[in-house]
Ligand binder design. Structure first.
Ligand SMILES: [Zn+2]
Length: 155
């Protein structure tokens, strides 16, 4: 897949492709290293800023590998089976109420992929944007917050 659109970071530099899955891709700024999730980039090109993905993920000592989507995969399993996820998953995705669960379930039914959920994990504002990115969103202005959001602000 070739990049149809040049993605420009908030700092003004251009972004490079970090990895991709289906019609989604993760782009990383060549200057500040910040990442963004780009969904369906050949069509409407929705971009979701990821607060600390570049710090959490990669092949560094304390980083989780980019291709480890096991947590998001377990979340989708629960959503599809209409059961509550594990306490750890609830924390990682900021699922405070059954409306949060319903909003995630709705996104998955609308085509939100495991890869997309993996990218926004532990990042409340990014989860909120991802859920809102899918059409016919019936949950109003629901906000996701995770325990990690405060930590991310400190970087
Ligand atoms: Zn940048």
């Amino acid at each position: 897949m070739t990049t149809q659109t040049t993605i420009i970071c908030r700092c003004g530099s251009s972004c490079n492709l970090l990895d991709q899955s289906g019609t989604s891709a993760t782009m990383q700024c060549s200057a500040c290293q910040l990442c963004a999730l780009v969904i369906d980039r050949t069509a409407s090109c929705r971009r979701i800023h990821l607060a600390d993905f570049h710090l959490k993920r990669g092949d560094g000592l304390h980083q989780r590998p980019l291709d480890d989507v096991s947590m998001a995969s377990r979340l989708v399993e629960s959503l599809v089976q209409d059961t509550w996820p594990s306490p750890a998953t609830i924390v990682d995705f900021g699922i405070d109420t059954d409306r949060h669960l319903g909003a995630l379930q709705h996104a998955v039914h609308q085509g939100c992929a495991i890869y997309d959920l993996d990218r926004v994990m532990g990042d409340g504002p990014a989860i909120t944007q991802l859920v809102r990115a899918f059409a016919h969103y019936p949950y109003g202005r629901i906000e996701f917050r995770t325990a990690y959001d405060e930590v991310a602000d400190l970087y």
